[in-house]
Design a protein around this ligand. Sequence first.
Ligand code: T3D
Length: 259
Amino acid sequence: EHQDVLFEISQGVATITLNRPEKLNALTMDMLHQLALLIAKCAEHDDVRAVLLTGVGRGFSAGQDLAAVQGNQPVNFEQVVREGYNPVVQGIAACPKPVIAAVNGVAAGAGANLALACDLLVAAESAVFIQAFTAIGLVPDSGGTWFLPRIFGLHKAKELAFLGERLTAAEAKQWGMVARIFTHENFAAESFQFAHQIATLPTAALAMTKAAMHQALSLPLAEALDAEAKWQGKAGLTTDHAEGVAAFLEKRKPHFQGK
Ligand code: T3D
């Protein structure tokens, strides 16, 4: 039976795959609910030490399924955003596991911004990012207004949002938004390998790093320093910290358990 969202856990990596390739993985409310539930599951599940979000076919995601919101019936977009997109973005941001977007192809509208909501992005050579919203008279959602100015600065963010031009994978990497570019042929394997590498890192320290950075984005320096001291107090008590120091002193590679 066909499923629009696939899920698999292997070697510490949970892979969430959008599977509507004929519609470039355009998102329905049902898919968004599934995404939110699966991300919550990854947050809880001890076997998951990295989450990989990707798509089947030549699209990562073309954003909102426009066929589902078009027609005679009035659609409450505020409700769609509040109940569909916002919980997914909040779930990614709050997830105590690193979330990696593996952008296999075109990412448009909310599809682009769900990728930006992830902690790290890798992209196929052919991937492009399109802020497709203003072309249909909408505003960037899925955190676009928050992430774009932080990644690009205010004026480039407005240029991308107003004009909706394509940002290529290579350009996105130059901006620091994409961490790695992989060839199309090896994309799935290399993306998994990248996520697996991240899954072997000290997961609890990554979770604290993520939370501390998100918190620091809206704090004055003195308060960010105070928060860092508290986080470091917690990090210093982890098993992985002890293992990291022991491995350093014994001149061997550390074996982190994620705790
Ligand atoms: O509630 C709310 O609506 C508010 C929330 C909004 C969030 C948003 O995401 S708004 C932005 C929505 N997305 C877009 O506006 C992008 C629309 N798509 C495109 O501009 C183009 O498809 C692409 C630039 C992404 C790719 O172009 P191309 O030429 O490579 O592919 P294509 O031929 O346009 O698309 C292939 C198929 O996917 C095609 O179906 P068909 O004709 O073969 O049956 C196309 O209709 C379908 N498709 C692509 N995007 C969507 C879609 N179907 C429904 N919704 C889509 N967003």
